[in-house]
Design a protein around this ligand. Structure first.
Ligand SMILES: [Mg+2]
Length: 402
């Protein structure tokens, strides 16, 4: 039985929220992001702004040059996170299998839900209606038997779109698309494929068996399968995603905030280092606390983009800690990062110029290299120094964070 997978993607999410909250912005070219003279980047552009060729990730000064009447609004993450939670809660009411990709998009596995929910088109419409009723925002939905096709389909009739691709339509839907639309075809692979004369997904589907494999190895076989709409990847709900974590149990309970936060910083540094070593980044940061009475809690926050940056992880986990701690005595404390993806698959930090990130990343790489050669702790941030005063009786658990 073919699977039924939906991809739900909010339309111009941040910009639409700003327009919703300020009626004066309706119908005007609106962008969200930092000021152009401070190297700000466009985080989101309204559809009116897009008419001027303005796109996400564009430097703000360039966007301002393209459109004189452009209205720029500073980003408000708290507002976007709130709307995101509303959307994700609605999606989870349709299926327990929801895989968020970012604040404003997610996959849902609806396989087998026809009896309870109805035909895919009816379900798609209901999802859109419920999102609109709760948030006054529009979403575009793609539904297909294959994940990556659902994602392409949600983008097909934006904004406020609904595109259903059935099993027997898969190949005809994919054939005319440019090869760059396939998952795993980045700029390098695209160039190589172009050189070999491949332009559309149809060209790839028609390729002589073995030709792609000769040029691209295992990846070539995978591309050939994708071009025919064959891809077995499942919707992976957030709770069984792989995670990276570090936790410590203390010899005596700790009550000093500075000391506890020092431990968190050290743990964030260790987790970030392992992420970088494996070439992955995570989008959800978790805190685990066990109090003196063994009561254990965990708190988590979803970032707008994946990260392997120790400072950012620490910043987030410290905020969670300050919210949850209530000055109680702590037995165990831990930092985890989940919702992994390959490093750089969304290295776009929407509220900071990208160069800052890559500089930071380079510094982190240098620290990793030094530590690989000389051992951990040779490069120490001032704030982690206090950690040495604490006896660590816990075993750093490698990949699990319960
Ligand atoms: Mg979107």
């Amino acid at each position: 039985m073919p699977r039924v997978i939906a991809h739900v993607d909010m339309d111009a999410f941040y910009a639409s929220i700003e327009i919703r909250d300020n009626p004066k912005l309706v119908g005007r070219p609106v962008v969200v992001g930092g000021p152009g003279n401070q190297r700000g980047v466009v985080a989101a552009a309204s559809y009116e702004a897009r008419k001027y060729g303005i796109r996400s990730a564009m430097p703000m000064w360039r966007a301002e040059r393209l459109c004189k009447q452009l209205v720029r609004v500073d980003g408000n993450m708290a507002k976007y996170t709130h709307a995101s939670r509303q959307v994700m809660a609605i999606l989870r009411s349709f299926s327990p299998l929801v895989e968020p990709l970012s604040l404003d998009e997610a996959f849902l596995d609806l396989t087998g839900s026809e009896l309870a929910l109805g035909e895919p088109r009816a379900v798609g419409l209901r999802i859109k209606d419920e999102i609109r009723a709760a948030t006054q925002l529009t979403a575009s939905v793609g539904i297909a038997p294959v994940k990556f096709v659902a994602k392409i389909a949600s983008d097909f009739q934006k904004p406020d779109g609904l595109v259903i691709v059935e099993e027997h339509e898969l190949e005809s839907f994919l054939r005319p698309l440019p090869i760059a639309r396939l998952w795993g075809v980045g700029p390098k692979t695209e160039e190589a494929l172009q050189t070999l004369g491949f332009r559309t997904v149809g060209d790839l589907a028609d390729a002589e068996p073995g030709r792609l494999e000769r040029h691209f190895g295992e990846n070539g076989r995978h591309l050939a399968a994708l071009a025919r709409g064959r891809d077995e990847r499942d919707v992976v709900p957030s709770w069984d995603a792989k995670s990276y974590s570090h936790e410590q149990t203390f010899a005596r309970d700790l009550t000093d905030r500075e000391q506890l936060e020092s431990v968190l910083l050290d743990q964030a540094v260790r987790v970030a280092r392992r992420l970088r070593k494996d070439g992955v980044e995570g989008r959800v940061v978790q805190l685990k606390l066990r109090f003196a009475d063994f009561h254990t809690i965990s708190r988590q926050v979803t970032l707008p983009h994946a990260t392997a940056d120790a400072d950012l992880i620490f910043e987030q986990v410290r905020a969670l800690f300050r919210e949850a701690w209530e000055e109680r005595a702590i037995r165990l404390i831990g930092v985890g990062v989940t919702h992994m993806q390959a490093e750089g698959s969304d290295n776009l930090d929407l509220f900071r110029p990208p160069e800052v990130d890559s500089r930071k990343r380079k510094l982190a790489d240098v620290i990793d290299q030094i530590e690989d050669r000389f051992g951990r702790g040779k490069v120490t941030r001032a704030k982690t120094l206090k950690v040495d005063e604490i006896e660590d009786t816990g075993t750093p658990n490698d990949r699990s964070f319960d």
